[in-house]
Design a protein around this ligand. Structure first.
Ligand SMILES: CC(C)(COP(=O)(O)OP(=O)(O)OC[C@H]1O[C@@H](n2cnc3c(N)ncnc32)[C@H](O)[C@@H]1OP(=O)(O)O)[C@@H](O)C(=O)NCCC(=O)NCCS
Length: 456
C-alpha cells in the first residue's frame, strides 16, 4: 500500500477514536427510507448500525415503509390517494399498511440478528388522527401524540435496539398510519438524542432548485453541506410552500430545524446508497451529506466599549487568584475587536479573546474567564469553540494559550503541550519567564468547520 494511502487510513482511525468516546451512551435516532431496503448495500448499512451499537451508542431505528406499503396496496388493489404529500388511509387499508410496516421492521430486526444485535419492535407510540383538512378527511392517517419514553429508556438500558414501524395507536387502540419522518423527529426530541439521521436515496439537500441563505456551505457536488439552525430557518423562509409540504427535502430541513431548536445537536441527511456514508458522517470531519446543527454560540458576541467595565470586573477575581494576567481599560480598548463576551439577558457570564499573529498565521486565545456563579455549564467550552471557529474562518493554522492553572482544562479540549520556541516571535520576546506559564497549542481543522470542540 502506498504511503499516502496508509497515512490517510491512519488519519481516519485517529479521527474515529476521537469520536468514539464522545458518543458512547449518546442516543442516535436513525430513519431509513424503505426504498433502500432492496439496495445491495443495505446489509452493509445494517452491519454499520450494529457496529455503532456495539460501541455503546444507543440506536433507535425508524424504518420507513412507503415503498413496501405501495407494493402491498397495489398487490391487494387498495386505493389510498396521496393528498399534499400525505396518504389518506381508509380503515380498510389499515391492515395492509400495518402488514407492510411491520414486515419492513421485521426484516430490519432479522438483519440485525445476523450481527448479534438484539432488537425489539414495540407499540410505544400514542397517535391521534390528522382529521379533516381543507375538506379532505385523512381517516386513519395520524400524527404522533405521545411516546412512552420511560419504557424506551429501559429498552435502551437493556442494550436493545428499539425499532419503530410507522404505526401509532389511540388510547382506545385505534391504529394510525404515521409519517416515519415525523416519528423519527419526535423520537429524537423526546429521547434527547445527540443526533438524528435521515438516510434516504437522494442524499443531502441539493442547492439547485432552492433559494439558499447567505453563508450556507455548498460542497463541490452542489449539496448544501451544512446549515446552522438559524440558516435552516432562513432556508425555510426563502423556500416557503403552502400549508402542506410536498417537497420532501424541504420537509426534512423543517424537521431538522425543529429538532435542533428542541435540543438535538445535529441532524444529518445522507445517502444510504453510498457505502460507509453513515460512518463517514459520524466518525470523520469529511461528512458528505447535509448537516444541520444547533448554534451553540448564540449568546456570544463581539465585545463593545460599553462591556469593558463588566469584563474587567469578571476578570478581577481570576487576576487575584493568579490565573490571569492583569489588563487595563486601555488594553481592552486597544484590542476591542479581539474580545468576545457571553451574555444572557444583559448580564455578562464570560469573556475571551483571540489575538492574531498574521506573520505566523496563528492566534493566541487569552482572557478566557467564566463567572464563578455560572461555572461548569459548558460556557467556557462554548467560548473556546467560538474563538476557534473565528480562527478557522480567518484560516489560521493553529491557536495557542499561555496558562498557569488551567492546562488540564485546555488539554481536555484537545490542546497539546507546546514550547516557548514555537511561539510567534513578538510573543516569544515578551514571554515572562518568571510567570513560567505552560504553552498549549491546538491545530485547526479546515474540513467542513468540524473542529473537535463543536460537539459536546
Ligand atoms: C477554566 C474556565 C474558563 C472553565 O469555565 P467553565 O464554563 O466552568 O468550563 P466548562 O463548563 O466548559 O467545563 C467545566 C469543567 O472543567 C473543569 N475545570 C474548570 N477549571 C479547570 C481547571 N483549571 N483545570 C482543569 N479542569 C477545570 C471543571 O471541573 C468542569 O469539570 P466537570 O464538567 O467534570 O465538572 C473557568 O474555570 C475560569 O474562568 N477559570 C479561570 C480563568 C482561567 O484560568 N483562564 C484560562 C487562562 S486564559
Amino acid at each position: 500500500m502506498d504511503k499516502n494511502k496508509i497515512k490517510e487510513q491512519v488519519e481516519i482511525i485517529r479521527q474515529a477514536f476521537g469520536y468514539i468516546h464522545r458518543f458512547k451512551d449518546e442516543t442516535f435516532v436513525i430513519k431509513i427510507d424503505s426504498a433502500l431496503i432492496s439496495n445491495n448495500l443495505f446489509p452493509v448499512l445494517i452491519k454499520d448500525l450494529a457496529l455503532l451499537h456495539s460501541m455503546g451508542i444507543k440506536i433507535i431505528l425508524v424504518p420507513g415503509a412507503k415503498t413496501r406499503i405501495n407494493e402491498v396496496l397495489k398487490a391487494y388493489q387498495v386505493e389510498c390517494p396521496v393528498v399534499n404529500g400525505i396518504r389518506v388511509s381508509p380503515p380498510e387499508a389499515i391492515p395492509f399498511i400495518k402488514m407492510a410496516a411491520f414486515d419492513v421492521s421485521n426484516n430490519v430486526m432479522t438483519m440485525l440478528a445476523e450481527h448479534e444485535t438484539s432488537a425489539i419492535i414495540g407499540n410505544w407510540v400514542k397517535a391521534r388522527g390528522i382529521g379533516v383538512r381543507n375538506g379532505v378527511d385523512f381517516q386513519n392517517s395520524g400524527v404522533v401524540a405521545n411516546l412512552q419514553t420511560d419504557i424506551l429508556h429501559k429498552v435502551l438500558d437493556e442494550d436493545l435496539v428499539p425499532i419503530f414501524p410507522n404505526i401509532g395507536w389511540s388510547a382506545k387502540g385505534k391504529p394510525y398510519n404515521l409519517s416515519s419522518n415525523e416519528l423519527a423527529f419526535t423520537l429524537s426530541v423526546q429521547m434527547k438524542a445527540a443526533k438524528l439521521f435521515f438516510i434516504n436515496e437522494k442524499g443531502g439537500i441539493k442547492a439547485s432548485g432552492f433559494k439558499i441563505p447567505d453563508e450556507a456551505y455548498i460542497s463541490e457536488d452542489g449539496t448544501i453541506s451544512q446549515l446552522t439552525a438559524n440558516q435552516a430557518a432562513r432556508f425555510l423562509e426563502l423556500n416557503q410552500d403552502g400549508e402542506y409540504d410536498e417537497d420532501e427535502q424541504r420537509t426534512l430541513v423543517s424537521y431538522a430545524y425543529r429538532a435542533c431548536r428542541a435540543g438535538v445537536r445535529r441532524v444529518h441527511i445522507i445517502d444510504g446508497r453510498t457505502e460507509g456514508m453513515l460512518l463517514q458522517e459520524i466518525f470523520s470531519s469529511r461528512g458528505l451529506g447535509t448537516m444541520i446543527y444547533s448554534n451553540q454560540h448564540e449568546n456570544i458576541r463581539p465585545m463593545t466599549t460599553a462591556d469593558i467595565p463588566g469584563v474587567l470586573s469578571l476578570m478581577q477575581p481570576k487576576i487575584q487568584e493568579g490565573a490571569l494576567v492583569e489588563r487595563t481599560t486601555n488594553d481592552l480598548a486597544e484590542n476591542i475587536r479581539d474580545y468576545a463576551v457571553y451574555e444572557v439577558d444583559g448580564t455578562l457570564h464570560a469573556c475571551g479573546a483571540l489575538h492574531v499573529f498574521s506573520e505566523e498565521n496563528t492566534g493566541e486565545i487569552a482572557a478566557i474567564v467564566v463567572d464563578e456563579i455560572f461555572a461548569s455549564r459548558g460556557i467556557g467550552r462554548k467560548m473556546m469553540s467560538y474563538l476557534i471557529e473565528r480562527a478557522a474562518k480567518m484560516k489560521l493554522d493553529s491557536v495557542f494559550v499561555l496558562t498557569t492553572q488551567t492546562a488540564d482544562w485546555f488539554a481536555e479540549l484537545g490542546f497539546v503541550i507546546s514550547g516557548v520556541d514555537e511561539l510567534p516571535k513578538t510573543k516569544r520576546d515578551k514571554y515572562n519567564r518568571s510567570r513560567n506559564s505552560l504553552i498549549l497549542k491546538y491545530a485547526i481543522s479546515h474540513e467542513r468547520g468540524n473542529n473537535e470542540l463543536e460537539e459536546e
